[in-house]
Design a protein around this ligand. Structure first.
Ligand code: ADP
Ligand code: MG
Length: 270
């Protein structure tokens, strides 16, 4: 039987100190030792914010999605690939893994087109170079996973017209998870899960099905939680068996969940 595959989305807000990244690396090593193949998709929010600030470009979000003008895209790509991805790969490899840095662009793995965002009131909002995935070729990831590598993927991709796009990392992770037939999608952020009364951690919602998601969208589910929850549900619809939001600032939660089956985080179901 082939190995179980876990796609981990590592949020920028949970990678703010090198110690945390190091501990995440240890957890991924544990997963590999336990017989899982691991693929990582990362964000880079705080790093992007800093890069944009330095370039005197304002950071703006609509429904949890980053508005991306062309000048902003150049900075985002530099931060994601040149900084976050490169540093993550170093950290993982220092911890006995064989991590390989990629973005959706490599070998044309992920193809994108301009994303048309519709806000809650139905109007179209122009987010600039924010992309939507149109096609994923799973062959590169399969090749790497089967050979024991850990692909670490930055969420940018090209359109067929040669335009490069910034894709929300949660959305990218969900789509990649289903395309590579991952068994599990783990979304690591900087909170324990979805809170009914944010920011009260005691109000964590342990299980959320699709109907509950619809009911909570725009009220409980706000900002950065919107693409996270939506991409988990989408991934489940596309065949991923398990999807959960965990706290990446508590890296031990990864093994607690996958190996020890502890009841933590917010689990999404259909
Ligand atoms: P990431 O880098 O992991 O993508 P985001 O900032 O995009 O992080 O999303 C996580 C954030 O979502 C949390 O830090 C929190 O501020 C926000 N959030 C919004 N609504 C909720 C909620 N109901 N429960 C928990 N977090 C929430
Ligand atoms: Mg986010």
């Amino acid at each position: 039987m082939s190995k179980q595959r876990i796609l981990i989305k590592y949020g920028g807000n949970a990678m703010i100190n090198p110690q945390l990244q190091q501990e995440i690396a240890v957890q991924i090593f544990k997963l590999q030792e336990a017989g899982f193949e691991v693929i990582m998709v990362h964000g880079g929010g705080p790093f992007i914010n800093k890069a944009l600030e330095k370039a005197a470009i304002k950071s703006e979000f609509v429904d949890g999605l980053r508005v991306t003008e062309a000048i902003a895209f150049a900075e985002i790509q530099k931060a994601l690939i040149g900084e976050v991805n490169a540093d993550l790969v170093s950290k993982l490899n220092q911890n006995r893994l064989k991590a390989i840095g990629l973005s959706g662009k490599d070998a044309g793995m992920v193809q994108a087109k301009k994303y048309q965002h519709r806000s809650a009131d139905g109007s179209i909002v122009d987010l600039g170079l924010v992309g939507e995935i149109t096609k994923i070729d799973d062959s590169l990831i399969n090749l790497l996973c089967e050979a024991g590598y850990v692909p670490v993927v930055a969420c940018v991709a090209d359109g067929t017209d040669g335009t490069s796009y910034n894709i929300n990392a949660d959305t990218f992770a969900g789509k990649l998870a289903s395309a590579v037939k991952a068994d599990q999608l783990i979304v690591l952020t900087d909170v324990d899960g979805l809170f009914l009364n944010y920011p009260d951690p005691a109000s964590i919602i342990r299980k959320l099905n699709e109907d509950a998601v619809k009911a909570h969208l725009g009220t409980t589910i706000q900002g950065g939680m919107i693409p996270k929850i939506q991409s988990c549900v989408q991934a489940l619809k596309e065949g991923v068996k398990k999807a959960i939001i965990l706290n990446g600032t508590k890296p031990e939660q990864i093994a607690n969940y996958v190996i020890e089956n502890k009841e933590i985080g917010t689990t999404l179901t259909l």
